[in-house]
Design a protein around this ligand. Structure first.
Ligand SMILES: [Zn+2]
Length: 319
């Protein structure tokens, strides 16, 4: 079976009068779904557009009106309620497609809206997708910042006269950016959705990328509990899957980030990076994203120097 890609974009509304009147764990209500379907050669074969009638925040936030030019009247007259809209969207998607978005927020908000409406989550687990914003930054080179879609569309000269449907336009332009990429080089760099997390050790996510391994843990009540788990702190070589001896143990290199350096006797230095993240659904527990990357001598030296820096800072604080 050949691959199809669904590139989609959402517009959402929020409480018009700020956070106080926002419903807990439901900050954004989807009001528009736009998508294009691509074949395996990334050619557009179908488009989808649907307005959604809000049921929670029934007044548009002024900034949403500014950005989308949508009016509540249109959403009521031409929209469907979210459960019907989501169902028709997934019917149009078909099964087995790979999802693609600009950034990671759209998949999160789509799932959050489905949860809110008590709908079953239709995505497989783990949900791997293409974050086209990330792929574009990767193509520009290491350390390049993530740019807005508008800016990239301008940079690449992709702007066209199109009927004004914000979500569909953005999906269309995201697909255009995807077509401009050297996709063969970047198609290994799938992103993992963190909205649904592993529920136990068996479900923990381990993925292999061209230069590194990625691990996503289950949830823990605290950072200390996470760092006490061997699954979290173990270091493995990407090439041979050996359990590695550490040159030195994990140290804090940022507010929610830890580094370590290990050595594979056969393949050399492996840099470990742990990011502690708050759970997307409610934010009351944490999980860990760990990467283990083969690095050269110079990058290993950098980790060593960072550790020295941190130790000096620590000393100073104690004095
Ligand atoms: Zn190795």
């Amino acid at each position: 079976m050949s691959t199809t890609y669904i590139v989609f974009d959402l517009e959402w509304n929020q409480s018009p009068d700020g956070k106080e009147n926002s419903i807990e764990h439901f900050p954004f209500e989807i009001i528009e779904i736009g998508a294009v379907k691509l074949d395996e050669r990334l050619q557009i074969i179908s488009e989808y557009h649907q307005l959604v009638t809000p049921q929670v925040y029934t007044q548009l936030h002024y900034r949403i009106t500014q950005v989308t030019h949508l009016r509540m009247r249109d959403l009521i007259d031409r929209g469907e309620y979210f459960p019907e809209a989501a169902e028709s969207f997934f019917r149009w998607c078909g099964s087995g497609a790979i999802f693609c978005t600009w950034g990671s927020m759209d998949l999160v908000e789509l799932q959050r809206n489905m949860d809110f409406h008590g709908m079953e989550n239709p995505f497989r687990f783990p949900l791997c997708y293409y974050d086209v914003q990330k792929l574009y930054a990767l193509q520009l080179g290491e350390g390049r910042e993530k740019l807005s879609l508008d800016r990239v569309v301008e940079e690449l000269g992709l702007k066209e006269e199109r009927p004004f449907h914000r979500a569909l336009d953005d999906a269309y332009y995201t697909a255009k950016v995807m077509q401009s990429l050297d996709f063969g080089t970047f198609q290994d760099y799938l992103s993992v959705d963190y909205y649904r997390l592993p529920q136990n050790a068996d479900e923990e996510i381990r993925l292999e990328f061209p230069t590194y391994l990625k691990y996503v843990s289950r949830e823990y009540p605290s950072r200390d509990a996470a760092l006490a788990d061997k699954n979290v702190t173990d270091m493995v070589c990407r090439e041979c899957r050996r359990m590695l001896r550490k040159k030195f143990h994990w140290f804090a290199s940022g507010p929610r980030q830890y580094l370590c350096l290990a050595v594979c006797p056969e393949h050399g230095y492996v840099r470990g990076k742990i990011r502690i993240r708050k759970r997307e659904k409610t934010g009351d527990s944490v999980y860990v994203v760990k990467t283990m990357k083969l690095v050269d001598e110079a990058a290993a030296q950098e980790v060593f120097e960072k550790r020295e820096e941190q130790r000096k800072k620590h000393k100073k604080r104690r004095q």
